[in-house]
Design a protein around this ligand. Structure first.
Ligand code: UDP
Ligand code: MG
Length: 336
């Protein structure tokens, strides 16, 4: 199978009739980004055009924006054939928008990129350079997140540490979704069937030959962050539960410890009763114990619930997103 897929892989890259330069797809999820998009194109396009010996396309995934994002993007597709727009039927969240974009992108390399210009476009040529050296994944790593605010930085750090301890995969620290992926990697990701998609984890799980490029992260160029603390908390939970079953298993050990404690306590009570006689007071300790175990059991059940919830979501086998319409790209491949 590898040989065969290799052949089709290279055949798709090297078109015999008309040898074409490799195509780089920039993948931009957009949710209410009308303020920043003009700036975005202005800064991004000269950089993409200057990529040596490469063609490029920009795939915008409109993730159910309620402002003028879609209208603006459609306008751009009329002006520039390298811009394509995939319009999702509603807001599905960034992870789903990325999945949609990975399926839609046609490039030999795909670069997911946030619309808000927090990651400098100037890094892209450096990613491409490493890719051409033969790396299949080139991660753009932030060396300085000072613009992100103390709380966000610290919670992010804590999350990476916890995730590293609890799962078998190593999330590269300080790496977001910003990276370059070879077609092989994109195909691997597209072949992953799960519907709970924690992209960073899936990226890391896929493996492949990986290189890193360092850069400094900027504050948002315009508009507001679309991620509230609650959304980030859920993302973190998703990240851990999609790659670790430790929270499930830990209750076995907690149960053992508590049961052993109870046994020791029972022995102590028996001995004390034999030596000192019957001890009537004890409501306080009883209440404390009942509450303690009630609480522990509820935590355990909640944890199991998290996983059962995910099994339920997966078992529905629903598509990750729906595409309402596509705009732009070469006219020959779509419509008349
Ligand atoms: N985004 C999206 N769907 C969402 C939320 C965000 O497509 O439901 C996009 C958003 O338009 C942006 C990127 O994901 O291009 C990152 O969002 P944001 O900058 O708000 O996140 P942060 O940088 O604060 O983590
Ligand atoms: Mg941002």
């Amino acid at each position: 199978m590898p040989k065969d897929s290799n052949e089709t892989y290279w055949a798709s890259r090297i078109d015999e009739d008309e040898p074409q330069a490799p195509l780089v797809s920039l993948l931009v999820p957009c949710f209410n980004e009308e303020e920043v998009l003009p700036l975005f194109l202005e800064r991004m396009q000269p950089i993409l055009r200057a990529l040596p010996g490469l063609r490029h396309e920009i795939v915008f995934v409109n993730d159910g924006s309620t402002d003028g994002t879609l209208a603006f993007l459609i306008g751009q597709t009329l002006r520039d054939p390298s811009i394509r727009v995939v319009d999702l039927s509603r807001n599905f969240g960034k992870e789903a928008a990325l999945s949609a974009g990975l399926t839609e992108a046609r490039g030999d390399a795909v670069v997911p990129f946030d619309a808000d210009l927090q990651d400098p476009p100037e890094v892209i040529p450096r990613l491409v350079e490493r890719w051409r050296e033969g790396f299949e994944v080139v991660i753009a790593r932030r060396v300085d997140r000072s613009c992100d605010g103390f709380l966000k930085r610290e919670t992010a750090n804590a999350f990476y540490r916890l995730h590293g301890r609890m799962t078998d995969i190593d999330l590269p620290e300080n790496a977001g979704d910003f990276r370059l992926m070879d077609r092989r990697v994109v195909d691997a990701l597209n072949a992953m069937p799960e519907s709970c998609r924690f992209m960073k984890g899936l990226f890391a799980w896929a493996g492949f030959r990986t290189a890193c490029v360092d850069y400094v992260r900027q504050p948002r160029a315009a508009g507001r962050s679309k991620f509230s603390g609650w959304k980030l908390w859920n993302l973190a939970l998703e990240g851990i539960t999609s790659f670790s079953t430790l929270p499930l298993r830990i209750w076995t050990y907690a149960g053992f410890v508590v049961a052993a404690g109870a046994l020791v306590y029972a022995l102590a009570v028996a001995v004390r009763t034999l030596v000192l006689g019957v001890d009537v007071p004890g409501y306080a300790s009883l209440t404390v114990l009942i509450l303690l175990f009630g609480g522990l059991q509820m935590i355990g059940m909640g944890m199991i619930g998290e996983y059962i919830g995910r099994i339920y979501m997966e078992s529905k086998r629903r598509p990750l997103y729906f595409v309402r319409a596509r705009f732009g790209g070469e006219p020959s491949s779509e419509r008349s």
